[in-house]
Design a protein around this ligand. Structure first.
Ligand SMILES: [Zn+2]
Length: 89
């Protein structure tokens, strides 16, 4: 288990950088991150979502966790297969 890392809260002390809207903390069952190395899914965490434009915000701890899993520093609990469609073929 990842212990306290399962639930990573964001500090909500800033407004949206795009529209100045209020950022609310949302619990999400699954959040998909498209890291430059690979796609990583984090389950049961909290993300910030702008109430006006819907922009999503992530805590530095959560992004570090995504980076560590993507680069192999931290082992995932399971591997999922992702369906792919190539519209050029
Ligand atoms: Zn916004």
């Amino acid at each position: 288990m990842y212990g306290s890392e399962i639930l990573i809260f964001m500090k909500m002390d800033n407004n949206c950088e795009y529209c100045q809207g209020t950022i609310y903390q949302h619990y999400v069952k699954q959040e998909v991150f498209k890291h430059k190395v690979r796609i990583v899914i984090i389950e049961n965490t909290y993300v910030g979502v702008c109430g006006s434009c819907g922009s999503r915000y992530y805590s530095a701890q959560l992004l570090h966790l995504v980076h560590d899993v993507a680069t192999g520093t931290k082992l995932p609990q399971r591997i999922e297969q992702i369906p792919v469609i190539d519209l050029l073929n």
